[in-house]
Structure formats: structure tokens, C-alpha cells
Design a binder for this molecule. Structure first.
Ligand code: PLP
Length: 344
């Protein structure tokens, strides 16, 4: 077993368990474009309840979910405030400019967190020759900030600010489940402050495919129309929705195990002075650490580790990212940390 690959690139590489596959195989299905898939309908009802919103829409990916939110909350020419390291700004391939004809206005946060005070100067005045600010997007947990949790009191302050100005607030909650399990704050408590929330089932929850956008009935109805336009109208999607339902029932509480694994990994890495790590960011299932002091590039370090059967990913130009998940054990994670710490 000593030569097996320990793949900690991402929690998206997780394989459906046997029990999840069985639940998927047995799911009753129908044509969801006609609204007739009972499993999709059940999932949407359940996710809406969990997040305390009137409606939910099952979509193929987290990117589509975020892009639908931007589409329904903006008009062409508007501006959307995001954090500079956010997924929407970095990994969605200019989707907002292509699909919604809006401009993003990135602000620099601290470990992914924007403060309410930063927002006022970023909101455009209502002059006719300036773009209209219509939406603010936050991310919880924050991916590039190493899975850091957004503090609830800051979310509340941002909500008060956005409400006073009539701006919409969207949460990219791809890993809201991790934030909730780690903080003890329910998904509903986080979600109440947002107009729409996107959640993923295909990350730490271990389902093969799928995300959901939740929000008010009329907003989600408009998102359903755009989902079709974006090519995301699915037919017997209950097969994959069943994986998401199974994950919600069986794989949420266990995220705390992934968080313990990430802590163990980070603590071992922190023992090596060449690997710099901000332990404050190690709050959920990710560990981002800086490798500048190794004197090597991220590509070089990744290649060396891969030759030793440890697969990590690039976080940014000088940092690597390790993600814990359902398919790596505590023992494997500790072994991977040992290899990383000893190699440099
Ligand atoms: C993974 C991720 C998404 C969306 O990802 P898909 O690969 O499209 O499902 C969105 N936001 C964050 C923060 C993510 O980590």
C-alpha cells in the first residue's frame, strides 16, 4: 500500500460510495424540463428548507449556479462587487462579461473577507455616465483563502449596508456545508442574510454532479428560464439528484473528520520553516501553504511530490493547496504531510 497515490488536489475528485451509487440507481425519475422528476423535486424542496428559502433550482455546476445568480440580479452594463481572490473573479472564465454583460469590481479582502466599510467607496454614485452597482458576492468558505470561514457578524454588517442601498447580495456557498459544520452555525442562519445562495454537492459532500441555487420564488423562476438558455435544462436528472440527496443525508456531519485531517496536515507542515502557513486560515478542509523559501517554483514542487505519490494543487503563484476529503484517510493525510515536510 506504500506506493498508492494520495490525491489531495481537491474534494471534487471524490468517488460516489457504493451506497450512494445504489441510491442513484434506484431513484425514481422523470423529465425535469417538464418539472416531472420526483427526485429532483424532492432535492430542491429539501435544499430550500435547509437554507430557509422559498425555492431551489438544481443545476449541473457551481459555476452555472453563480452565473445564474449574476444573471438574475443584474442588467447589462451593471457592476458587481467581488473579492479579488474569489472563485467568481478567478475561475469562472469571464462568465459575467459573456453571459450577463456586466463588469466585476474586485476589492482586496483579508483572507477572503471583505469588511462592510470597504464597500461604500466601491459603490458607484448614480451619475448617468457611470455604471450601476447592483450586486455584491461573498464566498463562504473561501477557496483561495484556504477554506476560511466568513464571520457571521461581518455578513450581517454587509447585509445591512446592501439593504440600505438596495443592492442584492449573493453567496457563493460551494462549501457552505464545511463552514456550517466547523462553526456550528446552521446553513439557514448564514443564508438568511443573502438574496440567493449557491451550494455544491460535488465537493466535500462527495456527490458526482450538481449544485443548487436558492432564493425567492420569482428569482428562482427567472433562474430556471436562464438555466434552459445556458443549456442546463436536464431530463432524467433524478439519477444525479439522488446522489446529492444521499450526500445531504449521510455526508454532512462527517465533514468534521475532513477538518481534523486538514489540521493534522497543517500542523505537520508548520514544523518545517521552509513551508510557510497561516494557521488562522486552517478552519475547514483545506491547507494553503507558501513554498517561496524552498527556492523552487510551484510546478517543480508539485512534480517532486507527485514522484513521491502525493498530489497537491497550485493555489497561486507561490502557494500550494492540499484538500482533505472522503477518499483520503487520516493515516494517508499524515503520511502525505510527512512526505511534504521531509522533502523540503
Ligand atoms: C468549486 C467551486 C465553485 C463551482 O464549481 P464547479 O466546478 O462549477 O461546480 C464555485 N465556487 C467555489 C468557491 C468553488 O470552490
Amino acid at each position: 500500500m506504500i506506493n498508492e497515490m494520495i490525491d489531495m488536489r481537491s474534494d471534487t475528485i471524490t468517488q460516489p460510495t457504493q451506497a450512494m451509487r445504489e441510491a442513484m440507481a434506484q431513484a425514481p425519475v422523470g423529465d425535469d424540463v417538464y418539472g416531472e422528476d420526483p427526485t429532483v423535486n424532492l432535492l430542491q424542496k429539501k435544499v430550500a428548507e435547509l437554507l430557509g428559502k422559498p425555492a431551489a433550482l438544481f443545476v449541473p455546476s457551481g459555476v452555472m449556479s453563480n452565473q445564474l445568480a449574476i444573471k438574475v440580479h443584474t442588467q447589462p452594463g451593471d457592476e458587481v462587487i467581488v473579492e479579488k481572490d474569489s472563485h467568481i473573479f478567478n475561475y469562472e472564465t469571464s462568465g459575467p462579461s459573456i453571459l450577463s454583460s456586466v463588469q466585476l469590481h474586485p476589492l482586496i479582502g483579508e483572507r477572503g473577507v471583505l469588511r462592510a466599510e470597504q464597500l461604500a467607496p466601491a459603490v458607484r454614485p448614480g451619475t448617468y455616465y457611470m455604471m450601476r452597482t447592483s450586486l455584491i458576492c461573498l464566498e463562504n468558505t473561501h477557496n483561495r483563502a484556504g477554506g476560511a470561514i466568513y464571520p457571521l457578524d461581518e455578513i450581517e454588517r454587509i447585509r445591512n449596508f446592501s439593504k440600505a442601498l438596495g443592492l442584492k447580495l449573493h453567496l457563493d456557498g460551494a462549501r457552505l456545508w464545511n463552514a456550517s459544520v466547523a462553526s456550528g452555525i446552521s446553513p439557514k442562519t448564514y443564508a438568511q442574510h443573502f438574496d440567493t445562495v449557491s451550494v455544491c454537492f460535488s465537493k466535500g459532500l462527495g456527490a458526482p454532479v450538481g449544485s443548487a441555487l436558492v432564493g425567492p420564488d420569482d428569482t428562482i423562476e427567472r433562474a430556471r428560464k436562464f438555466r434552459k438558455i445556458f443549456g442546463g435544462g436536464m431530463r432524467q436528472a433524478g439519477i444525479i439528484a439522488a446522489g446529492a440527496l444521499y450526500a445531504l443525508e449521510h455526508h454532512v456531519e462527517r465533514l468534521s473528520e475532513d477538518h481534523l485531517k486538514a489540521k493534522a496536515f497543517a500542523e505537520r507542515i508548520a514544523g518545517n520553516p521552509r513551508l510557510m502557513i497561516d494557521m488562522r486560515t486552517v478552519q475547514t478542509n483545506m491547507v494553503v501553504f507558501d513554498i517561496t523559501r524552498t527556492g523552487k517554483s510551484t510546478d517543480e514542487v508539485l512534480a517532486i511530490l507527485q514522484s513521491k505519490n502525493v498530489i497537491l494543487s497550485d493555489a497561486n503563484y507561490t502557494s500550494l493547496r492540499a484538500v482533505t476529503h472522503l477518499n483520503v484517510s487520516l493515516e494517508q493525510v499524515k503520511r502525505a504531510a510527512e512526505i511534504v515536510a521531509e522533502t523540503f
